[in-house]
Structure formats: structure tokens, C-alpha cells
Design a binder for this molecule. Structure first.
Ligand code: FDA
Length: 304
């Protein structure tokens, strides 16, 4: 089922037609507060009142025209200016900034966002996409981090190479958002077995925690796997870390009760709020993460 859903995420015909179907639009609302930025901002304000920070992301990827990338950059510049009070951070996909067309243009766009973020003391995260982009994305981040402090990168625990990426980036005092990985990858580059992915996730987190303690790394555990978070916290305690030093991020609409619990307990929690109309691929990846969600979609077909 996971493979089928990830295949559907890459299918052009479905990508054009599914977003027009009313039941699909209804189902996607579970993971989006709304398509417009206003709904995302409102959700961010609401989370803040519950002690949870926000990470905003405008949906869209693999753009084919640099003018679209320019619109994305302008949009985020406005977002950063508008969200100073809620101290939201932003998260962007390199292919939404033009990586498929011109790597230098994508880099220049990232630089603009980093400059806009620092003005309002915000932060720019670079999402990690499929493995065809890993080398270029790590390189973009390496360059960006040498010039800007408020920038971070997502790294995927399902890739064998991630331990080496962490080691290579460490001298830069990086910010790393550790995720399990959301794409279909071949077994010669990625763990296929979920248990192995989970084990590698914990090993990577444990490897990085001492650097967090030494203030040489900002680490965000981006996972809904609260058992893994609890295990990482046991290691953090052994290092004498405080709860607020452990950062956790989850997606809007998923395990909100756990986000609230962790925030109440004193951990630093952020909710990634996605918005925009280009939700098809993103949404399919969310379904693939938990195929039981497909039943939720099926229920939307029934009259309410
Ligand atoms: P896992 O899949 O083991 O889930 C743990 C539990 O959480 C499940 O048992 C279930 O109860 C619940 N759960 C998880 N996903 C759910 C869903 N979709 N619906 C309902 N319940 C669900 N990936 C990537 O490749 N590049 C990136 O840049 C990012 N960025 C990113 C940011 C943030 C803040 C998060 C939380 C995640 C990402 N991801 C990502 C996605 C990530 O790689 C991964 O696919 C998902 O987080 C699902 O894996 P978990 O770590 O949650 O564990």
C-alpha cells in the first residue's frame, strides 16, 4: 500500500485530476487548516497560545519556471514579515525554489530567504526531497550555512548515507531536523525495514545529542513516534540536558494530543503547518505514512 500511494504521488494524471474531486478536498482538510495563508497564520497563533511553535510551509515542488520560484520567495518574504509576533519558522523545498532548473538561482533564492528570516529572528529550514536531490541539497545547505546562521536542513534516517552527512556538516555548527524519510527509495541506498529505520533514527539522535548539549548543534526530532522521542529523552537526561533543550516537531493534524502533552511537560515543540493549493503529492505522502488514513479518505465518499 505504501509503494502504491508513493507511486500515485508521482503520477501526473492523478495529480491533475484528484485535486478537483470534492471528496479529496474534504479529506485533505485533516492535514491542512485551509488552503490560504490566513488559515495557517490563525492556526499558528492558536498553537502559540498552547505553548507550541509553528513551522510554516507553502505546498509546492518541482516548479518548471523560475518566475514561479520568484513568487514563492516573495510570498515567504511577506510571510516572515507578517509572522514576527508568532515567531514562526519556515520550511522550503529546494525544487520549489528552482533546483530543477538552475542550482545557482535556487541558492540565490535561499540566500534571500535567509536574509529575510534573520531580520525578524526567524529561521529557514530546507526540506529534504527524494534521493535524486540529496547531494545537491546538502551542498546548498553547506554553502548557505557558511554565510547564514539561521538556517537548517532536514536529513532522513532511512538513508544509509545520513550518518556521513551529519559528520560532514558537524563542523559548521548546523541545525538538523531529523526525519525518517517520506519517499520511495531503493534498498541499495535506504533501509527498507521500518524497524531498521527506527533504529537508525535513534542511533543518529544519540550520536548528535552531545553536540546539542555543547551548543554546537540545533537538533529537531521531527517525528510522531513518541516512543522514539521518549528513548532519545532518556539519553538526553544522561547528558544532564533540560527538557526545553529537546526540540520536537510534528505535522499539523497528526498526534495533536501528543504535541500538547510534550509542550506541557516542558519540551520545545513545533507544529509544521502546510498550506496552499498544491497539496496533492504532499497529501499522498501523508497517506503513505499511515495507510490506515486511506479509510479516512474512503469515509469522505459517504454522505455526511
Ligand atoms: P512513524 O511513521 O513510525 O509514525 C509513528 C506514529 O505516528 C504512527 O504509529 C502513527 O500513529 C503516527 N503517524 C505518523 N504519520 C502519520 C500520518 N501521516 N497520519 C496519521 N498518523 C501518523 N520527510 C522527508 O522526507 N523530508 C522532509 O523534509 C520532512 N520534513 C518533515 C517535517 C516534520 C515536522 C515532520 C513531522 C515530518 C517530516 N517528514 C519529512 C516526514 C517524515 O519523513 C515521515 O515520513 C513522517 O514523519 C512519518 O514518520 P514518523 O517519524 O512520524 O514515524
Amino acid at each position: 500500500m505504501r509503494r502504491l500511494l508513493l507511486w500515485a504521488a508521482g503520477n501526473r494524471w492523478l495529480a491533475t485530476h484528484v485535486p478537483r474531486w470534492r471528496f479529496a478536498r474534504r479529506a485533505v482538510r485533516r492535514f491542512l487548516p485551509g488552503e490560504g495563508f490566513e488559515a495557517a497564520l490563525k492556526a499558528a497563533v492558536d498553537f502559540r497560545s498552547r505553548g507550541i511553535g509553528a513551522l510554516l510551509t507553502l505546498l509546492g515542488e518541482n516548479i518548471t519556471d523560475l518566475e514561479d520560484a520568484e513568487k514563492v520567495v516573495q510570498h515567504y518574504e511577506e510571510v516572515l514579515a507578517a509572522t514576527g509576533d508568532v515567531q514562526a519558522e519556515i520550511s522550503v523545498k529546494p525544487t520549489q525554489l528552482g533546483l530543477d532548473i538552475d542550482e545557482e538561482a535556487a541558492y540565490a533564492n535561499l540566500q534571500r530567504l535567509a536574509r529575510a528570516a534573520v531580520k525578524v529572528r526567524s529561521f529557514v529550514w530546507i526540506d529534504m526531497e527524494g534521493s535524486a536531490y540529496t547531494d545537491r541539497t546538502v551542498e546548498l545547505y553547506r554553502r548557505l550555512r557558511t554565510e547564514h546562521a539561521h538556517v537548517g536542513i532536514a536529513l532522513q534516517a532511512y538513508l544509509y548515507r545520513t550518518v556521513s552527512d551529519v559528520a560532514t556538516l558537524m563542523p559548521l555548527k548546523p541545525a538538523i531536523r531529523l526525519v525518517k524519510g517520506a519517499y520511495a527509495e531503493p534498498s541499495d541506498i535506504a533501509f527498507a525495514d521500518k524497524k531498521e529505520v527506527d533504529a537508525n533514527y535513534l542511533a543518529l539522535a544519540v550520536f548528535m545529542l552531545p553536540e546539542v548539549k555543547r551548543h554546537r548543534l540545533r537538533l529537531v526530532l521531527a517525528t510522531h513516534d513518541v516512543d522514539l522521542v521518549a528513548k532519545a529523552w532518556r539519553y538526553a537526561q544522561a547528558l544532564d540536558m533540560q527538557r526545553a533543550e529537546l526540540e520536537i516537531a510534528m505535522l499539523y493534524g497528526i498526534r495533536t494530543d501528543q504535541q500538547e502533552r510534550l509542550a506541557r511537560e516542558g519540551f520545545t515543540v513545533r507544529d509544521l503547518i502546510a498550506y496552499g493549493d498544491a497539496w496533492y503529492q504532499w497529501y499522498l505522502r501523508r497517506l503513505a505514512e499511515r495507510p490506515a488514513n486511506v479509510w479516512f479518505v474512503a469515509r469522505q465518499l459517504l454522505p455526511s
